[in-house]
Design a protein around this ligand. Structure first.
Ligand SMILES: Nc1ncnc2c1ncn2[C@@H]1O[C@H](COP(=O)(O)OP(=O)(O)OP(=O)(O)O)[C@@H](O)[C@H]1O
Length: 609
């Protein structure tokens, strides 16, 4: 789903002082830079007002009184200030550009570091798209607010204030009339901006739905055709594009109306000034230059007012973005080191689940009073129906989650006394569909041990049984794996992951066997690699293959978070209980052909008459 989708589904918050303070706090480390660009922008904007006043002086005292030296002095002053202003403009654009990038970088870095520390529970309840939108568009929006937004407001405020000051100086009565006009113009501009922004958000929202539908219909084109959904899909799509057209139409209509409206108000003000000035030219002595200056001030004041209105309209959305970023940064990892957590140097030893209860969601227990003792070096195979709790047992062992009740002990010590690093760095995990990162095979293998030499990597790959297939690839170890390892099969990914694990030389080994079909050659290679890994290590395998199950020291049948049967393959078959039923159904043929050529199990596997 495109990140925009989550973005646009988000709520909009009311602007709060607390969040604004926290947003401005992002600038705390850059006070000097902020002060520099604010001063520069204030000068640039002050100069604009000054230019108009210089023109007034040039007209009144230079042109009308034919004082050429004065006129030249004014022109020289104007020219000189223009150069200074150009330097300041360069300065603030450069400074703000750099500062914006810096804030964006810091926000993303903070979020990334924090995301690395968050527990799996955070990821299971937070959609990836939501997180991506925080890291991309939200950080952009907040960085823009504290740089360009702040700059626009400063520029506009200085511009309006200096213009008003000059107007008060030229003719205070007329200036007061203009002051009355400012809030009217500000109100109209803010209302327009808010509505335009809302319509454009609508357009984007519908657009992300359209992209989503395109995506689903293209990737699922076979299903669409098989179910003859073409017409129904086209009708749904037409509704969406219709909505999009209406929203875009409203946005275009409002945008078109905006500028002429503001211009009309400012023209009315100019008209009033011309009328009043014509009268006071004779009565109150307003000069021609003064009238021209007033008209310029009023006409140019339109832009800063508009700019301010835009920033204020965007402020609400930027605050909502910031709140979402802060909510991410404030989320506390559920699994974290306890005070005094230590590294025992090794986590070899017996493992014990002592009356462990666990749930992901309150009131939906997955493991209930689960007790299990595993001897150092034992191989445990976990089997059972889907959703029974096998992965949960393994997740708890790896301390990706912690028991809600009860204790898990490693070598007789409650494992929450150990640091997370001590545990994670000594457990090797091979997932069902291991994740590979874009890059070469070698880079992916090195992920298990960053300082591994090429020789070490090759030795580990040979032990894992991955070397042969890697050498068959065009570039061998330097073959790119594609995004997420797409260029490799699931079995090959498991071989890579096994090699990683062998390189890391863990003390406990955990594997979730691939369920999807793996060709016979790769399967036997995976078996070989697993054997290597299991040697002398306590191992837990969520087993889907008979060869693994038969080799395990103990098989645990897990159902509804309970161990319903436990024993060796032969013992469990003899019991003719759940395991017997599960595997006679699932593996009967395989059992007959591969593992029981003399027909003993076949007899045992025959349901009793
Ligand atoms: N992150 C999660 N959040 C909420 N519930 C979860 C989460 N992970 C698993 N569950 C639930 O916990 C129960 C046990 O799931 P678990 O993945 O441990 O079973 P499993 O035996 O490994 O299943 P499978 O063989 O399909 O992998 C299921 O009901 C599942 O829906």
């Amino acid at each position: 789903m495109p990140p925009d989708y989550f973005e646009e589904e988000e709520f909009e918050t009311r602007f709060t002082g607390k969040t604004l303070r926290r947003i401005l706090g992002l600038l705390a480390a850059h006070k000097g830079t902020v002060a520099a660009f604010l001063v520069m922008i204030a000068f640039v904007s002050g100069f604009d007002a000054l230019f108009t006043y210089i023109s007034k002086l040039a007209i009144d005292q230079g042109i009308l009184k034919s004082d050429l030296p004065f006129l030249y002095r004014m022109l020289a002053l104007y020219g000189g200030l223009t150069i200074v202003q150009a330097l300041f403009v360069f300065g603030f654009i450069y400074t703000v550009g750099i500062l914006g990038e810096r804030i964006r970088y810091e926000l993303r870095q903070k979020m990334f570091n924090h995301l690395q520390n968050l527990s799996l529970s955070y990821y299971s309840r937070t959609p990836v798209g939501w997180i991506m939108a925080r890291v991309t568009s939200d950080s952009d929006r907040v960085a823009d607010l504290v740089t360009w937004g702040l700059l626009d407001v400063t520029w506009a405020a200085t511009n309006i204030l200096t213009s008003l000051a000059f107007m008060l100086y030229i003719n205070w009565r007329l200036a007061l009339v203009v002051i009355l006009m400012v809030p009217v113009m500000a109100y109209v501009a803010t209302e327009f901006r808010k509505r335009i922004l809302k319509e454009y958000r609508n357009v984007r929202k519908i657009n992300s739905k359209i992209t989503g539908q395109y995506n689903e219909n293209i990737t699922g084109v076979r299903v669409v055709k098989a179910l003859v959904r073409e017409e129904a899909n086209a009708a749904e799509f037409a509704v969406l594009t219709g909505d999009m057209y209406k929203a875009a139409y409203r946005a275009a209509w409002l945008s078109a109306l905006f500028l002429p409206s503001v211009q009309l108000i400012s023209a009315m003000a100019v008209g009033f000034i011309a009328w009043y000035a014509g009268w006071s030219f004779e009565v109150a002595g307003l000069t021609i230059g003064g009238i021209q200056a007033f008209i310029s001030y009023v006409t140019f004041m339109m832009w800063p007012i508009q700019d301010m209105a835009r920033v204020f309209a965007e402020l609400q959305h930027a605050t909502a973005s910031a709140e979402r970023i802060f909510s991410l940064l404030d989320s506390v990892p559920e699994v974290a080191d306890r005070e005094g957590a230590y590294d025992p140097g090794s986590i070899r030893g017996d493992i014990e689940f002592d009356h462990v209860t666990f749930y992901y969601e309150d009131g939906v227990p997955v493991l209930k009073d689960f007790t299990l003792k595993v001897k150092q070096g034992e191989t445990i195979a976990l089997v059972g129906p889907t959703g029974g709790g096998k992965s949960t047992i393994v997740n708890l062992l790896c301390r990706f989650y912690e028991p809600k009740e009860g204790t898990i002990r490693i070598g007789g010590v409650d494992y929450t006394k150990f640091s997370l690093h001590a545990i994670h760095s000594r457990i090797g995990v091979v997932l069902q569909t291991p994740h590979l990162f874009s890059g070469t095979i070698r880079e992916n293998l090195r992920y298990g041990k960053l300082d591994a030499t090429d020789e070490e990597i090759e030795r580990a790959a040979k032990l894992a049984g991955a070397h042969e297939f890697i050498m068959r690839l065009d570039k061998g170890y330097d073959e790119p794996v594609g995004e997420g390892g797409n260029n490799l099969s699931v079995g090959q990914k498991q071989l890579i992951s096994l090699t990683r694990a062998i390189l890391a030389d863990p003390e406990i080994f955990v594997m979730d066997e691939a369920t999807s079909s793996v060709d016979t050659l790769t399967e036997s290679l995976i078996q070989k690699g697993m054997e290597q890994m299991m040697k002398g290590r306590t191992s837990f395998v969520i087993a889907h293959r008979l060869s693994t199950i038969k080799r395990a020291d103990r098989i645990l049948v897990i159902e509804d978070g309970q161990i319903v049967e436990m024993g060796t393959h032969a013992e469990l078959l003899r019991q003719r209980g759940k395991y017997y039923n599960l595997y006679t159904r699932q593996f009967r043929q395989e059992m007959e052909e591969v593992f029981d050529p003399f027909g003993e199990t076949q007899q045992a596997a025959q349901p009793a008459d």
